[in-house]
Design a protein around this ligand. Structure first.
Ligand code: C2G
Length: 134
């Protein structure tokens, strides 16, 4: 049983997230997703539209996802990899190199991001359409 882990906010779920989760699952048999807790999002300078509980419920409904855990700090990854017996750590390549320290504990894979979609773009587009429609 090869175990895979990935981390993120996963707010306003979109095809970029789904593409990442689908490809991450292809590296093993069991995919753990560490979702940023609301307090950790504040540290990342992000404010998610959906709460942690809502984002957790949404991710748990995805066929590729086997388990959802909270991401509360930048420093928890080594402990998570050890505690959950992770074989592969997967992230989008906007993070390339940032988590290479995990190579002492598991495989580290950075996957190409899906071009043209992001939570920020969704928010911007929605605000623009609201402005145009009054
Ligand atoms: N992603 C992607 N393509 C997009 C948008 C996002 O492949 N168009 C990927 C990101 O690269 C990331 C994952 O989807 O691997 C989740 O993205 P975010 O929710 O934006 O997560 P982020 O804020 O990058 O948090 O400790 C790591 C951080 O928690 C990562």
């Amino acid at each position: 049983m090869r175990r895979v882990i990935t981390y993120g906010t996963f707010d306003l779920l979109h095809t970029g997230h789904i593409n990442l989760l689908r490809r991450a699952k292809e590296f093993g048999d069991y995919l753990i997703v560490a979702i940023s807790a609301d307090e950790f999002n504040a540290i990342k300078g992000k404010e998610a539209y959906y709460t942690f509980e809502q984002r957790k419920a949404i991710l748990e409904a995805i066929r590729y996802v086997d388990e959802v855990i909270p991401e509360r700090t930048w420093e928890q990854k080594v402990e998570d990899v050890q505690k959950h017996e992770v074989d592969v750590f997967v992230m989008g390549d906007d993070w390339v190199g940032k988590f290479d320290f995990l190579k002492d504990h598991c495989d580290v894979v950075y996957l190409p991001r899906t071009v043209g979609i992001s939570t920020t773009k969704i928010k911007t587009d929605l605000n623009l359409s609201k402005a145009n429609n009054g």
